[in-house]
Design a protein around this ligand. Structure first.
Ligand SMILES: [Zn+2]
Length: 721
């Protein structure tokens, strides 16, 4: 899974295959967080020499040799492979199993008829491209490929009228209601884009739909964008986007164990089994290709759809709901507790006071099918970063803080491996200093990142030290790409956009494994990856053949990704003073509160912002002060106490009670939106209270926000004494 809709479509032709590091950069002499950077600069240099483009390519090929859906024997084989690589690098390595509630498709049948009973389509059509055109696809005929399905969909046998509901956002369903189109008992046909697919089903279910079909419109990632695979990188006619429809904004992980680790030892009595209390839909849904959606959509009558609901198919889209088209969905899902495997490798810390302050980094390993881009481009880069750390260990390097590297399983089903592991280690993670995520590690040449505000400057710093295959540094190329196309992706931008042309780093929403760390446990997190014209997301065609044709033929962006990911880990594990920047955090939060106040007053909602505004300002002032202290401590003083305060300031932003209706989400500043899923909602309790026009709820959440900001400010002020 990944976080947002379309990544960049700018494609830089790179003829310059960068391999070596030596001599490429003048080494950094001063980096925030270090008293004296000279020793670290030597380690950095030694590290940067190790990640190999060639090895990353070989690792990617091995990892993606077979479909490896979570819990399958092929998935287990990839766990053993990753564990072997971790051990070879000198990491203490274990495979941690969990037992999680997961469906595997047994029968998937979708068909449609017109009013006379004439069959319009019968599917799903298997994903397939012409083997004789443009080299075909060598991976598409493997019998282990599962039919395209939705993780978390129930079984069902439904026949009903079809209504077209655009992206299936809350606004889209409201629009249909205002146009007099009733959803109750209908099968809703929606296109990908605009929100997380689980949210499409969440809203359709609230509106009384009987089932949901989610299709990939060629306007989103198909021929409207460019040539289709295998001629080009975009989704071919039969390509389907699989995916989980778990109600992720309620909670992620094993549906039966919110807040509790589903270890093999957990008794079944500790599981919830009432579907109404779980994070899964009660209505069936399935993804389909535009090949299968097109005859349904073309036969719909009724009103012409609003013009911005028109996608890329060559006919006018209508809303339907008139009885002209009936669809039949017959889904049989085999649900049971299945075993998944996280691989976890550690390097012990050596600083007496800080060795238990973990630096955690991770990437998922399971894939819907082959997963060359999502997620194993990230896994290959992670293995090369681990390779680099292993070489440093052999040269005598000893990190201050413990490093923990996770290869998570069953992320695609709903962040299961990471969530269960984080719940298992909640106590230790209460003083973890960072979680670094990568998922879609390399889909092309355009680096991008999301982070908590306190780590945005840290990510900029790290990317200033890594050379880009395009020339210059990763940072410089990132800046150039953003300037060429300033608003490329769907994630929420920071309110406090940086001055002086610095790159904008987005906020963390959801859709990948950082969610349990930041939004449940308050561990400061980042998410990095390199994007491109990626039209085959979650399909059979996200495979090694696509990757070497369209993403990174010489694996130099794999090498870049390994270096950036590795430097994040190295610097966070070794810094004298934790390199968080709370100045920016404070500025962002002051902006969020002001925006919410304006929204509330526009909605004529009676809520009192006095305490929350004062707390936000106090938090900002404390951030300024502590930054000055960090700079001073770097010059001399004992930093252990300061580091503890810096770390605790983030977890102080958690509210134990959690968000209304979704108490697993405890962070008062960031959560995935209840109605967006991927995109971050800032000060979520307050924002969603205002959106729902619920003054009492908004006021309660404002009070909780003020309390959290005051707690955090007190800690930062204490450090500054
Ligand atoms: Zn993924």
């Amino acid at each position: 899974m990944r976080r947002s809709t379309a990544w960049a479509v700018i494609f830089f032709a790179s003829t310059f295959a960068f391999q070596g590091f030596a001599g490429a950069q003048a080494p950094a002499t001063h980096v925030f967080g270090y008293k004296d950077f000279s020793q670290q600069a030597k380690w950095d240099h030694a590290f940067m020499e190790v990640p190999s483009a060639k090895l990353a390519g070989e690792e990617l090929k091995t990892l993606t040799a077979a479909p490896h859906w979570a819990s399958s024997p092929e998935d287990h084989a990839t766990a053993l492979y990753v564990a072997e690589k971790f051990r070879a690098a000198g990491l203490h390595t274990e495979i941690q199993p969990f037992r999680v509630w997961m469906n595997r498709p047994v029968t998937i049948e979708i068909e449609a008829f017109d009013a006379t009973g004439k069959r319009l389509m019968s599917g799903p059509t298997p994903e397939h491209v012409d083997p004789k055109a443009y080299g075909g696809d060598p991976f598409q005929d493997d019998p282990r490929i599962l039919p395209a399905f939705n993780g978390s969909s129930p079984s069902g046998d439904v026949t009903a009228d079809v209504v077209y509901a655009n992206f299936g956002t809350l606004e889209d369903f409201k629009k249909l209601a205002s146009l007099g189109v009733n959803i109750k008992g209908k099968i809703v046909l929606v296109r990908y884009g605009g929100n997380f697919r689980g949210v499409k089903v969440y809203i359709a279910q609230q509106y009384g739909a009987a089932g949901v079909l989610i299709y990939s419109d060629p306007g989103d990632d198909g021929y409207v964008k460019g040539d289709m695979y295998p001629r080009g990188p975009y989704r071919p006619e039969t390509g389907v986007q699989r995916g989980s429809v778990q109600f992720l904004p309620l909670y992620p992980g094993d549906p039966e164990t919110p807040g509790v680790a589903s270890t093999p030892e957990l008794p079944d009595s500790a599981r919830i089994t009432d579907p109404a209390k779980m994070n899964q839909p009660s209505i069936p849904s399935n993804p389909i290709s535009y090949h299968d959606a097109s005859p349904i959509l073309e036969a719909l009558d009724g009103p012409v759809s609003p013009r911005d609901w028109q996608g890329g198919l060559p006919f006018t889209y209508h809303l339907g709901g008139t009885g002209a088209v009936k669809a039949h969905m017959h889904l049989v899902q085999d649900y049971k507790l299945r075993t998944i495997w996280d691989v976890v490798g550690t390097i012990d810390g050596t600083d007496a006071d800080q060795k238990e302050d973990w630096v955690v980094a991770g990437n998922h390993r399971d894939a819907w099918v082959y997963g060359a881009v999502d997620p194993n481009s990230g896994t290959a880069a992670m293995l090369e970063a681990v390779h680099g750390l292993g070489d440093l260990l052999k040269q005598g390097w000893k990190p201050k803080r413990r490093i923990v590297i996770g290869s998570w399983d069953a992320e695609e089903e709903g962040l299961m491996g990471s969530t269960e592991w984080a719940e298992m280690h909640a106590k230790e993670l209460a003083h973890a200093v960072a979680y670094f995520n990568t998922d879609v590690g390399v889909a092309g040449p355009d680096f991008d990142a999301a982070a908590v505000p306190s780590l945005k400057e840290f990510v900029r710093d790290v990317t200033r030290q890594v050379p880009s295959p395009k020339g210059g540094t990763v940072y410089e190329q990132w800046q150039a790409t953003q300037q060429a196309s300033p608003r490329r992706r769907g994630r929420t931008m920071s309110a406090g956009a940086p001055a002086s042309g610095e790159v904008t780093i987005e906020n963390l929403g959801s859709g990948s494994d950082y969610t349990p760390f930041i939004q449940h446990l308050g561990v400061p997190s980042t998410d990095i990856g390199s994007g491109g014209p990626y039209g085959v997301y979650h399909s059979v065609f996200d495979n090694y053949n696509w990757f070497i044709k369209f993403a990174d033929p010489t694996f130099v962006y794999e090498q870049q990704q390994a270096r950036v990911f590795g430097l994040e880990i190295l610097h966070m594990a070794d810094a004298d003073v934790l390199p968080y920047d709370y100045r920016l955090y404070g500025k962002d939060v002051v902006g969020y509160v002001a925006d919410a106040q304006k929204q509330a007053s526009d909605a004529k909602l009676k809520v009192d912002f006095t305490a929350a505004s004062a707390a936000a300002q106090r938090f900002e002032a404390a951030g300024q002060k502590v930054y000055a202290l960090q700079a001073a401590a770097i010059a001399g003083a004992n930093e252990t106490k300061l580091n503890a305060a810096l770390r605790d300031a983030e977890s102080a932003l958690l509210n134990d009670a959690g968000l209304p209706r979704r108490s697993w989400y405890k962070h008062t500043i960031y959560a995935p939106g209840e109605y967006t899923g991927y995109a971050a909602v800032v000060i979520p309790g307050v924002s969603e209270g205002i959106e729902a026009n619920d003054g009492a709820r908004a006021q309660g959440q404002l009070d909780a926000l003020a309390a959290a900001l005051n707690r955090s400010a007190t800690i930062l002020e204490g450090a500054a004494k």
